[in-house]
Design a protein around this ligand. Sequence first.
Ligand code: GDP
Length: 438
Amino acid sequence: ESGKKNISLIVVGHVDAGKSTLMGRLLYDLGELSEREKTANERGSKKVGKGSFAFAWGLDALGDERDRGVTIDIATTHFNTPHRNVTLLDAPGHRDFIPAMISGAAQADVALMVVDGSPGEFEAGFERGGQTREHAWLVRSLGVREIVVGINKLDLVSWSQDRYDEIVDALRPFLVSAGFTASKTTFLPLGAMEGVNVLVNEEALLKEWYNGPTLIDTLDQVEVPERPFESPLRIPVSNVFKGQTAVASGVAVSGRLCSGVLQVGDRIRAVPGDEVAQVRTIEVDEDSAPYAVAGQNVTLYLSGIDPIHLAIGTVLCPTSLPVPLVTQFTAQILVFDLQCPIIAGTPVELFHHSMNLPATISKLLAISERGQVVKKNPRVLQKGATATVEISLRPTQGSTRTPSIPLETAAENKEMGRVLIRRGGETIAAGVVMEIIS
Ligand code: GDP
């Protein structure tokens, strides 16, 4: 063990803000991306028509467009800062970025939000319908407390401090309203393409007015949240594959420990199902480890289980304390910007970790303000409302069987108790599970 603390990072922001370029540049400057991969990326990106995509992040361009309907696999890349071991979460090749982001953000400790600082572009991303707002709301709703905002492409405005300040002044109050505290919100000027202020700041024009931390310094100081080591083990599986390494082979799964601890030799149960497997090998950051703890991303090699019983979205649990399978529950939700209001019976898609399932908002129980119920049994929910609702899963099209989902109340397990609700490709609410009905 290096003694470094683990953090998981998700990168968000409006399309074309420079997310891929920035992560590609960061990995390259850290020596995590080889010259060969860099050339391959350059070639690949020319093909897809992004000429200056030189540093575009390997994972972004790769990966076939898979659409498996209900599950999203999360790929991880690792890099190190002096005091942190950072897991970068990404969903390769997903055209619809939001479900992938939900799945990633549910596992993240910190979000890096990239905004395009060039003339007109920040405004386009920040106005209604732009992705900057939705992404900020989403990551906060999914439990991410810390946000680093990189104001990118400042080369296009000659490293203007006025432009930088203008963007910070617009974003700061918005991020506060989205629930990020000032001490957990950091702003940075960036030039991803040329690597300005990524590992070092050698840009004379920027140095004139900025001598704060670089991106890597900032990530190095991200506070590590308290991990629920004491709660029962929960590992929502984000990938299942046939593993083959020098030390192990067989059925392998990867995912993040939401809570608890795990040791080699432990017997674990895969929910849904009654199957029990034994943990043969644990890998943390590609190295085998005797144990893993809450907050770590792991790959596990399992024995005694047929991979048919494992899927993306399966939750690995202690045999004696499995996560409940739920078809109906109440949740306290925050309603986002909506086209049309929510009424009882509204069909939605329920997102939980890497799963999404058809559901119905079956009852509107109450609207609250500052923790007090102000209206019982409302007829509609408008944007901005905080409400308690009943959510019922419903059969997928062409099926008569109502699906169930492994889920807990937020009081029992914070990470297992968060849900997002979408309708027609739009995120309409985020919430926490209050009570399990059945
Ligand atoms: P993503 O959609 O957020 O991943 O954005 P990309 O990384 O694909 O970048 C979008 C475009 O912005 C590409 O053409 C990049 O070359 C360009 N770009 C990214 N960073 C910078 C920068 O710092 N300066 C300039 N001038 N262009 C940049």
